[in-house]
Design a protein around this ligand. Structure first.
Ligand code: PMV
Length: 332
């Protein structure tokens, strides 16, 4: 057993979203989701189990990260229990994109952590099993185990052992591109976990959100199967706005958008409805707008969104592969 491994995972962008838990202790989502795994944004993580350590040590982008430390240690505890190990680990991790600003850094972060830690402890888990463990750490992380387009549907088992992501389409099967309009680089004030809890308890729209989620997923799956961009655009924007309606009608209200977020949404709609571009938007627990488009329209979408007042930078990505181990010599 090597006791050390390096993994890379990319964030995923949900088109049908997970917001709310049916079991908080097991971290089981209340709604089915469907997402695109990106290519050019990544998290790289080295996990090294060291006999001399008395506690897990986390180094994030070259420094300490007290906020993430307990979640990382909890994830490592589950993996240690599975492997029958008591060794503590040194975890070095780096993102090549802004963290905790609604760009799904917890998805790529926990997917990379689970892949590296299980490999380092000699556990040969298949992608479904890796996805179950990643889901326990962060619901969206279950999906970054897979590349291309995948779903995370509720399983039948009460313990969540079959609630894992499943591949729907490989990264090359339908070339889509994602243009991210970054409207703020500040860390978000309310985490998705806290936001979900308050939405579940207080939003009058939460029940309707949960009731309609599975139907949205079925429509999105059918659109993906037939490569029907217009149908996917329709159900994705509808699902995104329903989730933000739950957020905005929670008490206290959760408004992740900035003025530039709204201006970008309007621009995306005009690009599609007035200019005939193949593009639609989605927004997660943060102010960034992700515009999903066909590759032939990506340049014009990127330059149009760059010109929206308040947009700070544009990131672009095609669809990419799932989480995997990479060379142990990779610098973090
Ligand atoms: O699993 P978390 O805590 O990263 O929550 C994900 C919440 C959303 O990004 C808003 C939706 C989703 O399905 O990714």
């Amino acid at each position: 057993m090597l006791l050390s491994a390096v993994a890379q995972a990319q964030p995923n962008i949900a088109l049908i979203k997970y917001w709310g838990k049916r079991d908080a202790a097991l971290n089981l989502p209340a709604t089915d989701s469907l997402s695109l795994t990106l290519d050019s944004l990544w998290t790289r993580t080295r996990v090294r189990f060291e006999p001399g350590l008395t506690q897990d040590v986390l180094e994030f982008n070259g420094g300490a990260n007290a906020a993430m430390q307990p979640r990382v240690a909890a994830c490592l505890d589950w993996i240690r229990a599975l492997a029958g190990s008591t060794l503590r680990a040194r975890v070095q991790t780096r993102n090549n994109f802004p963290t905790a600003a609604g760009l799904a850094s917890s998805a790529s972060g926990f997917a990379a952590l689970v892949v590296a830690a299980t490999q380092a402890l000699g556990l040969a888990l298949n992608p479904a099993e890796l996805s179950v463990w990643a889901r326990r750490c962060s619901g969206s992380a279950a999906r970054s185990i897979f590349g291309g387009i995948c779903t995370l549907e509720n399983g039948r088992e009460a313990d969540g052992s079959d609630t894992c992501a499943r591949a729907l389409l490989g990264a090359d099967a339908w070339p889509l591109e994602v243009v991210v309009a970054v409207t703020s680089l500040e860390r978000k004030a309310v985490s998705s976990g806290t936001g979900m809890q308050s939405g579940t308890r207080t939003s009058p729209y939460y029940a309707a959100w949960v009731d309609t989620a599975h139907g949205d997923l079925q429509r999105a799956k059918a659109a993906v199967a037939s490569r029907d961009f217009a149908a996917l655009a329709h159900v994705s924007e509808h699902n995104c706005l329903k989730m933000h309606a739950v957020m905005m009608t929670s008490e206290p209200a959760l408004i992740y958008w900035t003025g530039a977020t709204l201006a970008t949404l309007q621009r995306v709609r005009a690009l599609r409805e007035r200019d005939g571009r193949h593009v639609f938007f989605t927004v997660d627990a943060g102010p960034q707008v992700k515009a999903v488009c066909l590759p032939e329209d990506a340049d014009s979408v990127a330059s149009a969104l760059r010109a929206v007042p308040g947009v700070q930078t544009i990131l672009r990505s095609r669809l990419g592969a799932g989480a995997r181990c990479i060379a142990d010599s990779t610098e973090i």
